[in-house]
Design a protein around this ligand. Structure first.
Ligand SMILES: *Cc1c(COP(=O)(O)O)cnc(C)c1O
Length: 431
């Protein structure tokens, strides 16, 4: 990247260049994969300084690694964040955010419409570790405000909801968070920064499962936590990992030493050094390669998803489609405001024949694969009620818009004619 750009680089340019540079040691243009656990110290002083966080530098790849750092800089740039911390999975990213923000006895407000794995994690953290989620009734900012109590330490939502594709009113929810002095955490997996940049709408922390659109090809599991760097942790005084001294780091106060990246630093120290779910350099490299084509892929994902959703909406065997970028859909205005390019490529469709039709429709597909991932270049279908969302109670499934008749589709980059032909033949085969 040119050292002194006259103006900020555009998104597509950042997707290709941000966070990487030709390798100073060899001139390699692609990001080298540093498969090494340790890094040789120059001196005893440097070793001690790196351990005490007085100096930056690499020591051990559980905490940081040059290839992983390149991915962190890339995604931070794409999200407009000050820093990012890459982890082994999206699930780890959500876990790390919750554990860094809270301790037993604390609570948080969460959208009831979340990825099933996040809901399952939240339930487990509640019963075993005393972190209480208060789930909202709906997705309106007022629903979030209504769930806040004195114990609330954060607000959590998804920018585009998995599985139903609904787009959240992020600025409205961020205004609630600001009014109550709470950080807003947004899971941006289904949008990717190519469609929605939550920090521009007031989010303080953005998480991703990079297993989805960011890596893009369905080949590598990963997650990342992005820190907007503007929440007033010290003013709030409720986040002791960030604002109180760490005795084992010579009294380090993270928010004093790293005022712009306090949350990311606390996530790295506690999350990676203590808990340990780091991303491997190999997976970071593959994910970094994926980010280079993100803007192009998202255009095609959205165009294909819109065409498939429109076809399904008008089909006689379909009851309803939930894709808010279609005219007349509920949530259309919010989707148009936050995701003008399209509400991503994941949405639900309900079949008139109920669960038997939904299950037969999935197994009748030939080109579209029956599997549990989303956001990859191949088109995918799954029955959430018996798979991704099966651990949920009945009322939780209803809140997440997952019924027995519901199929989740993730639309890939194939030719639209072939996708529609596959869907048509499977629907035609239903009695
Ligand atoms: C997949 C997903 C996750 C979990 O990510 P993994 O990489 O599978 O652990 C979290 N949030 C959302 C919205 C997801 O779709």
């Amino acid at each position: 990247m040119p050292a002194e750009s006259p103006r900020p680089l555009q998104f597509a340019t950042q997707a290709v260049h941000a966070g990487t540079a030709p390798d100073p040691a060899t001139g390699a243009r692609a990001q080298p994969i540093y498969l090494t656990n340790g890094f040789v110290f120059e001196s005893n002083e440097q070793a001690a300084d790196i351990f005490a966080m007085r100096a930056t530098g690499f020591s051990y790849s559980r905490g940081s690694n040059p290839t992983v750092a390149a991915l962190e800089r890339r995604v931070a740039a794409l999200e407009g964040a000050k820093a990012a911390v890459a982890v082994a999975s999206g699930q780890s990213a959500v876990l790390l955010v919750l554990l860094t923000l809270m301790q037993s006895g604390d609570a948080y407000v969460s959208s009831s419409r979340l990825f099933g794995g996040s809901l399952g994690l939240m339930r487990r953290l509640e019963t075993r570790y005393g972190l209480t989620p208060h789930f909202t009734r709906g997705l309106e900012p007022a629903d979030f405000e209504a769930a806040i109590t004195p114990a609330t330490r954060a607000i959590v939502c998804e920018s585009i909801v998995n599985p139903c594709g609904t787009v959240a009113d992020l600025a409205g929810i961020a205004a609630v968070a600001r009014r109550h002095g709470l950080p807003l955490v947004v899971d941006n997996t289904l949008a990717s920064p190519a469609l929605i940049r939550p920090i521009e709408h007031g989010a303080d922390v953005v998480v991703h499962s990079t297993s989805k659109f960011l890596s893009g090809s369905g080949t590598v599991i990963g997650g990342i936590v992005c820190d907007a760097g503007r929440f007033d942790w010290e003013g709030s005084g409720r986040y002791n990992l960030i604002t109180e001294p760490w005795p084992d780091y010579d009294g380090l106060v993270v928010s004093e030493r790293f005022p712009e990246t306090a949350f990311a630093t606390a996530c790295r120290l506690f999350g990676l050094r203590d808990l340990g779910p780091g991303l491997s350099p190999m997976n970071a490299f593959l994910t970094l390669t994926g980010t280079e084509t993100l803007p192009l892929r998202m255009e095609r994902h959205c165009a294909n998803a819109r065409a498939v959703a429109a076809f399904l909406r008008d089909h006689p065997k379909v009851d309803w489609v939930s894709y808010p970028s279609l005219p007349g859909q509920s949530g259309e205005a919010v989707a148009a405001r936050y995701a003008p390019q399209g509400a991503g490529a994941i949405f639900t469709v309900a079949l008139k024949g109920g669960e038997p039709a939904a299950l037969r429709f999935i197994t009748g597909l030939r080109l579209i694969s029956h599997l549990v991932n989303i956001g990859e270049i191949k088109s995918l279908a799954i029955h959430p009620a018996t798979t991704t969302h099966r651990q949920l109670r009945h009322d939780e499934k209803a809140a997440a818009c997952v019924g027995p008749e519901t199929v989740r589709l993730s639309i890939g980059l194939e030719s639209i004619e072939d996708l529609i032909a596959d869907i048509a033949q499977s629907l035609d085969a239903l009695v």
